[in-house]
Design a binder for this molecule. Structure first.
Ligand SMILES: [Fe+2]
Length: 298
């Protein structure tokens, strides 16, 4: 989406460009999680046909789920190799990531940060990854690869952030105007749920990537340690977005990653259900790699 700025569908003044883009976006949009799943043999070495199918879905929905024939192989090159084939190179060295910058998401009561939600079995509300980042440090894409699913639970819900934008803008463009305010969302300075001490971070929910013209979203549905701009337009917009995510939209995909499956996406909205491990089964283990790049060709 390298539209010239003047013809950007995200320009609120250009209703025609928006309509054209919106209609194309929603036409033939997948309606079932199964439509998002592409079987592949080895994510580390995709065939041209596999690559093409994966990219076609990412172009349509900003996400794709691959189902690879790698079983519970714990090789971290699986998510990294997959990502590399889509131009994802600039990986985020999250300080809790392992040395290779791939984060192992698993319940680890003995770890350094047993209470940070990602490393517990608790549910995680709707969010985009790295919502507390501002400026150039936006997480634009990620891979989430499942080595072992939980004995029970651990499903994800997924929503293309461009569809969230469309639904809000169709309801009232003022909702979008509010969510694009550069001071609508503030994460106070603190040690966050991932253990990272950071400065106060203030920024918009929706923004346009200057370089690619693509839509970016920062959001979390969490209630603590977040301050929304306190005026009626901002409150209304945040409430509408919240209600959208709480609803039974046909655009929300729900499912669970099983061993060998993974999500490749342009940091779409997602949540995680709570889960439980069983003593006689391997613990739930997912690998997460986050990138400052957007998926090439999407
Ligand atoms: Fe996440």
């Amino acid at each position: 989406m390298a539209a010239a700025r003047s013809a950007s569908p995200f320009n609120l003044a250009d209703v025609e460009a928006y309509r054209r883009w919106r209609d194309a976006r929603l036409s033939g949009y997948p309606r079932a999680t199964a439509d998002l799943i592409v079987p592949v043999n080895d994510p580390r070495a995709l065939t041209p046909a596999e690559h093409e199918k994966l990219l076609a879905l990412v172009r349509k929905t900003n996400m794709v789920i691959y189902a690879a024939r790698v079983g519970d192989d714990p090789d971290k090159e699986i998510p990294r190799g997959m990502a590399r084939q889509f131009g994802l190179e600039r990986i985020n060295h999250n300080w809790l990531a392992d040395e290779d910058a791939v984060t192992s998401i698993t319940v680890n009561p003995e770890g350094d940060h047993p209470n940070f939600i990602p490393y517990t079995n608790r549910p995680i509300k709707w969010h985009t990854d790295g919502y507390y980042n501002t400026g150039a440090d936006q997480i634009r894409a990620m891979v989430l690869h499942c080595v072992h699913p939980a004995a029970e639970g651990g499903e994800n819900a997924l929503l293309d952030h461009e569809v969230a934008y469309i639904l809000l803008r169709d309801e009232d463009p003022e909702l979008i105007r509010a969510l694009m305010q550069p001071d609508i969302m503030t994460i106070p300075a603190r040690v966050d749920e991932e253990g990272v001490a950071r400065d106060t971070s203030t920024g918009p929910v929706f923004s346009i990537d200057e370089r690619t013209g693509s839509l970016h979203m920062r959001y979390t549905a969490r209630k603590r340690n977040i301050v929304w701009k306190d005026d009626s337009a901002s409150r209304a917009a945040v409430q509408r977005l919240e209600a959208l995510l709480d609803s039974d939209l046909p655009y929300i995909f729900r499912g669970r990653l099983e061993a060998g499956m993974g999500l490749l996406c342009n940091n779409v909205l997602h949540d995680r259900g709570g889960f439980s491990d069983a003593p006689d089964k391997p613990k739930r283990l997912l690998y997460r790699a986050r990138y400052f790049d957007r998926i090439r060709g999407s």
